[in-house]
Design a binder for this molecule. Structure first.
Ligand code: ZN
Length: 309
């Protein structure tokens, strides 16, 4: 199937990350399976972090094993360090998203070391991947968090983000993800950043990760599309919230993102009505978690036609 834009569902990772109620493994796999059946081609299934840090992901290996049984689904996971990478490689994932922050203070808080140390660890992860023939097919995506601003440092210099992206490429990243972790970005800034990255990085695939904390999530997607980005993360029902903004939505809503893209003639390969149905699985498993989204509440516009293949 041809897709103009790849939509990666990150709800089972970014969405569940700040949910204290542990979602049963069976419900996570039902969720992942139902989204894949609706046409989602890539899902970030979990995080390989120590269970004492995030008990929500104590079942990471089991979730990956289940997700890998789904045909044609790219199973990706988030990892913060070499230890996590080892576990992810052994679990047989297709793709790893390695996380570091453009803001030094955020990196220290999030992964307890300097940005430089995080980059050095990424280099070791590339070496480890390349040392094993079976692992060489695993894609390594370098993610730059807080790329558009930080709740601790405020402004983040665009130059610093570009430099980190260049270093990722020098160290062997296959892809890059540029993330507005805290929902600070605006469309003008997003367009400028991605235009510059595309011009300076020589064609490496770039993906956008936006949060809708301040209501600009989909506007930022549109700005990134204008700059040529064709891969985006999103979370079913905008799950995840933000620990610093109670009541605000978290990631951009997958259903609304698919609507934006399909309505604009960009094929995602995702059946929107089937995708909306998947919310029921999450609602059943986590009845107290608020789910957001416009299209699921208001329904599809009369006469709506998805992009034609
Ligand atoms: Zn996020």
């Amino acid at each position: 199937m041809h897709r103009d834009v790849v939509v990666c569902e990150v709800g089972p990772r970014d969405g569940l990350q700040i949910v204290s109620h542990i979602m049963p493994t069976s419900a996570k796999l039902e969720w992942i399976g139902a989204e894949a059946a609706a046409g989602v081609s890539e899902i970030e299934a979990c995080s390989f972090v120590p269970p004492q840090v995030l008990p929500q992901f104590a079942d990471a290996a089991e979730v990956v094993a289940g997700a890998l049984k789904i045909p044609n689904l790219v199973v990706s996971v988030l990892i913060p360090n070499l230890k996590g990478a080892e576990r992810a490689f052994q679990a047989g994932v297709h793709k790893i998203n390695y996380v570091l922050s453009a803001s030094e203070s955020h990196n220290l808080k999030n992964v307890r070391r300097s940005t430089h140390e995080s980059l050095e660890d990424f280099r070791r992860i590339v070496e480890l991947r390349n040392s094993n023939t079976e692992w060489r097919r695993i894609q390594l995506c370098g993610s730059v968090s807080t790329a558009f601003g930080c709740t601790i440092e405020g402004k983040v210099a665009e130059d610093a983000v570009v430099r980190l992206a260049e270093q990722y490429v020098e160290h062997g990243a296959d892809k890059l993800s540029i993330a507005d972790t805290v929902g600070y970005a605006n469309p003008a800034q997003v367009k400028r950043m991605f235009t510059r990255l595309r011009a300076q990085l020589g064609g490496i695939e770039l993906s956008g990760h936006f949060h809708d904390t301040r209501g600009l999530g989909l506007a930022n997607v549109h700005a990134a599309l204008d700059a040529g980005v064709r891969s985006f993360d999103a979370s079913l029902g905008g799950m995840g919230g933000c620990p610093w903004a109670p009541g605000a939505t978290g990631n951009i809503v997958t259903e609304d993102l698919v609507f934006l893209l399909e309505a604009g003639g960009l094929r995602t390969g995702i059946d929107l009505e089937r995708l909306i149905e998947v919310r029921k699985i999450v609602e059943r498993a986590l009845p107290k978690e608020p789910l957001h989204g416009g299209i699921s509440k208001a329904g599809l516009p009369l006469g709506f036609q998805p992009a034609v293949s």
